[in-house]
Design a protein around this ligand. Structure first.
Ligand code: CA
Length: 229
């Protein structure tokens, strides 16, 4: 069955462009012009992913994303936020919206489709029992138990947080600044070098327990979590 995507966007031209690009790729697409309409559509059928515009009439995309993430029935639906400028994108990132990804307008349909596929791929990696498995690594987020090659390994709280974030957001590059925002919660007194130090520690621990390298450096950009295939 094809994945269903709900587009929430108030500008008809962008909505039409999105629907066109998505349908070409075989996605089952539904559209809403505001959050109220979106809610009705979600109640009828839970989409596999929501493309959510930030600037919407009445209820903003951010508010709506927060509301969806608080609701037990909708909290697991991945959300990609659409923002008008890089500046907005940064602001959205700083706010804890619970969105899974952000795309800045104008974007190329090809880029958007790639992001959608990445976000959708993440889904099945967490099994229903809340366990994330990548390579030799196995994380149970309920019990905070981490195993590498079937051996229980201890991590400090911040190491755990960073590892869990990376493992649940694979195949995407994150800058040090983004990791500080997502993992450390944007505490401004923390230096970006802290990220490097923690990454180095994680790599050492993983390697010590026989894991292949999972955290890759993307020079001049940041880090990427990826299993070699
Ligand atoms: Ca808009």
């Amino acid at each position: 069955m094809s994945n269903s995507i709900l587009v929430v966007e108030d500008e008809p031209e962008i909505r039409e462009m999105l629907r066109y690009s998505l349908e070409i790729e075989g996605f089952d697409t539904r559209e809403a012009g505001d959050c109220h309409e979106a809610e009705k559509l979600i109640a009828k059928r839970t989409p596999d992913l929501i493309l959510l515009d930030w600037m919407l009439p009445n209820i903003s995309g951010i508010k709506f994303a927060k509301r969806l993430k608080k609701n037990e029935l909708t909290k697991d639906i991945p959300i990609i936020m659409l923002t008008a400028k890089a500046e907005e994108e940064n602001k959205v990132k700083g706010l804890e919206t619970g969105a899974d990804d952000y795309v800045t307008k104008p974007f190329s349909p090809r880029e958007l489709i790639a992001r959608i596929r990445t976000v959708l791929r993440r889904g099945p990696m967490t099994s229903p029992d809340g366990i994330v498995k990548i390579g030799a690594l196995e994380i149970n987020n309920d019990s905070r138990n981490v195993q590498v090659n079937k051996q229980v390994v201890d991590f400090s709280p911040i190491e755990y947080k960073l590892l869990y974030f990376l493992a649940t957001h694979p195949e995407r590059v994150y800058s040090r600044e983004q990791l500080l925002t997502f993992v450390w919660g944007g505490e401004t007194y923390i230096d970006e070098r802290t990220v490097d130090v923690q990454i180095l520690r994680l790599r050492k621990i993983l390697a010590k327990h026989g894991s292949e390298p999972l955290i890759h450096t993307v020079h001049g950009v940041g880090y990427k979590f990826m299993e070699k295939k």
